[in-house]
Design a protein around this ligand. Structure first.
Ligand code: FE
Ligand code: FE
Ligand code: FE
Ligand code: ZN
Length: 161
């Protein structure tokens, strides 16, 4: 990579890989969730995630690049961690509390990725693309907030008991 433009494209491909992996992982997390609200958050975010993937396809189309070809190793690791956790949780409450923890790691990773991408898009004078990326960034923040509220609300307390 020789310039910010190429770095930007690399970041977009990395995010594309991350979203693609998540579309695979979120149904499993929804299935394992016991609390109906948590299940709903995962299912809703799955639909949002599919749309986020589509947005990246549109952006790459505009930039005349392919979105494929990168693997986001960090997302791969986060999902591996979530999967191994799901095999270790022995009660419903621990499962739900742990799923929230794993999912928030994922959302925070995406928030940092999209935050960077929005900034690069702006610096490169690509306002329309920045706007599109910002929409996704807002959704990631929103998903993280919903998880925060569920964790604070009661799921962690139940896991203590
Ligand atoms: Fe996402
Ligand atoms: Fe990555
Ligand atoms: Fe997300
Ligand atoms: Zn957070």
């Amino acid at each position: 990579m020789k310039n910010l433009n190429e770095l930007f494209e690399h970041q977009l491909k990395d995010l594309y890989s991350a979203e693609t992996q998540l579309i695979d992982a979120l149904p499993k997390m929804a299935e394992k969730a016991n609390d109906s609200k948590l299940k709903e958050v995962f299912k809703n975010h799955l639909e949002e995630t599919k749309n986020q993937k589509k947005r990246l396809e549109e952006i790459c189309d505009e930039l005349d690049i392919k979105p494929t070809g990168e693997t986001c190793k960090a997302m791969k690791g986060l999902i591996e961690e979530a999967k191994s956790f799901m095999g270790e949780a022995e009660t419903d409450d621990v499962m739900d509390a742990g799923l929230i923890a794993e999912a928030q790691r994922v959302e925070h990773y995406e928030i940092s990725g999209y935050g960077t991408a929005v900034r690069y898009a702006k610096e490169l004078g690509k306002g329309d693309i920045a706007k599109k990326l910002q929409e996704t960034l807002d959704e990631e923040y929103n998903a993280d907030n919903k998880l925060d509220k569920l964790a604070e609300g009661r799921l962690n307390e139940e896991a203590i008991a």
